[in-house]
Design a protein around this ligand. Structure first.
Ligand code: SF4
Ligand code: SF4
Length: 73
């Protein structure tokens, strides 16, 4: 079964933190993880709180966040 979910393309992230700051549901948090560019990335810590409002997809300057289908059991 598939459902809509937030998707994070890690390699595009530049670590600006807008998603952490502006997500109304605190889906993201800072992390120590780095992507292939060496950028410190956010982490999706509360995907269940995402309401698919698309605010982060519009704010992310590098198009690293999208809404798309993910497979769930
Ligand atoms: S779509 Fe909305 S609720 Fe979901 S992670 Fe982005 S800003 Fe947060
Ligand atoms: S808004 Fe985009 S580029 Fe900025 S930290 Fe979040 S995912 Fe990375």
């Amino acid at each position: 079964m598939a459902r809509q979910s937030i998707k994070f393309i890690e390699s595009l992230c530049k670590g600006c933190g807008y998603c952490i700051e502006f997500c109304p549901n605190k889906v993201f948090e800072k992390s120590d993880k780095r992507n292939v560019k060496g950028t410190t990335m956010p982490e999706i810590v509360h995907p269940e709180k995402c309401t698919l409002c698309e605010l982060c997809t519009m704010l992310c300057p590098d198009f690293a966040l999208t809404i798309g289908e993910v497979e769930v059991e």
